[in-house]
Design a protein around this ligand. Structure first.
Ligand SMILES: *Cc1c(COP(=O)(O)O)cnc(C)c1O
Length: 362
């Protein structure tokens, strides 16, 4: 019986365990020196050139980023529908309305033309997602934002280390959020990191993270407790020393898959883009669900669907907008294993399984 190849696999080593133990022994486990060091090291590692603020989840990071930029009830923020629900949830939690635009046919990220067509007098910002680790079309989106006086934010939850024409994601928007959930390209257990374009946004993030205060009992706004603990920061600091090699391995795995897969549409990397392959997502035009089930049952190869139900079809967000590329991607997308723990034999098994099924279906 062959071993099952999982679609994702978090990697935690002895260094992470030792770092946690060090913090636990110190007796100081809530937000403290480890969080401060993690914020500085994260900004430096990804060459963001701006301050970072650590929080307890990626979703909290988006929520606080929006609050820090003044998004509130009555505002509209344009987001993709083809993403994880956290993108739209975070907008709705501020009281603002997420407005769904379509994705482009090529790279699964926001289509600038659809974004421009979605602008109303209430639109305050555009929040693209660097989906699967591929940077969104930031130059076009920035031009639209400038033309209409809108802010630009980044959901970089899946894109640690991705870049576009030499600029790292997380360095484009008023804020950029990276998730540190276990299946993302690096983890802190749970957690998020938010980059801030200005000192005002940074200060607001720190206020909203901690009950609205920077100085104990001098509360300035209504805030939350979205702090990261030193335990989680210690894990994240270790992972920062490993994520570069993991990303290189993901890119090599993706290159192998793209060179050898037949009968499915492989994911593009657009000119100027560095793709960090949080997911390696192919398109299966016919019976994607059956294809995924057969991969698992006949070949013990795991796969994922991100995301089979677009946000504008979810109960809390139901909207009559027509998003044909979003609908098509939701039907066709299938993410194959690309994580750094895969061996060459695993990759060969993935290729053999996909090619055999694609041929049988054709
Ligand atoms: C994972 C993810 C989030 C939320 O991050 P959490 O750390 O799980 O809260 C937001 N947006 C996208 C696109 C994600 O993939």
């Amino acid at each position: 019986m062959t071993d099952f190849i999982p679609p994702a696999k978090p990697i935690i080593g002895d260094e992470e365990r030792e770092a946690v133990d060090r913090v636990l022994r110190s007796g100081m486990i809530a937000q403290g020196p480890e969080v401060k060091a993690f914020e500085e090291e994260f900004s430096e590692h990804f060459k963001l050139g701006r301050a970072c603020v650590a929080v307890n989840s990626g979703t909290s990071g988006l929520h606080l980023g929006l609050l820090a930029c003044g998004i509130a009830a009555g505002d509209e923020v344009i987001v993709p529908s083809f993403t994880f629900a956290a993108t739209a949830n975070s907008v709705a939690l501020t009281g603002a309305t997420p407005v769904f635009a379509d994705i482009a046919a090529d790279d699964f990220t926001l289509d600038p033309a659809s974004v421009e067509a979605s602008i109303t007098e209430r639109t305050k910002a555009i929040m693209p997602v660097h989906l699967y680790g591929h940077p969104a079309k930031m130059a076009e989106l920035q031009a639209i934002a400038d033309k209409h006086g809108l802010m630009l934010f980044e959901d970089a939850a899946q894109a640690h280390g991705a870049s576009l024409n030499g600029t790292p994601v997380g360095a484009f928007g008023e804020f950029g959020m990276f998730s540190l959930y276990p299946t993302k390209n690096m983890t802190s257990g749970e957690g998020g990191m938010v980059s801030a374009a200005t000192e005002v946004v940074e200060r607001n993030l720190r206020l909203y993270r901690n009950q609205g205060m920077l100085q104990q009992y001098h509360n300035e706004v209504v805030g939350l407790n979205n702090r990261m603990t030193d335990i989680h920061a210690a894990i994240g600091r270790v992972q920062l020393t490993k994520v570069g090699a993991w990303t290189t391995q993901r890119q090599e795995n993706a290159a192998f898959l793209s060179a050898n897969l037949e009968g499915v549409v492989t994911p593009p990397t657009l000119p100027g883009a560095v793709h960090v392959f949080h997911q390696y997502t192919v398109r299966v035009a016919d019976d994607r669900d059956g294809f995924s089930a057969a991969l698992k049952e006949q070949y013990q190869v795991g796969s994922g669907m991100f995301y089979p139900v677009p946000n504008h079809r979810l109960k809390p967000f139901q909207s009559p907008v027509e998003l044909p590329e979003t609908e098509r991607a939701a039907k066709e997308c299938l993410s194959l294993p690309v994580h750094p723990s895969l061996s060459r034999a695993d990759l060969e098994r993935v290729v053999a399984a996909v090619n055999a099924l694609a041929k049988a279906g054709a």
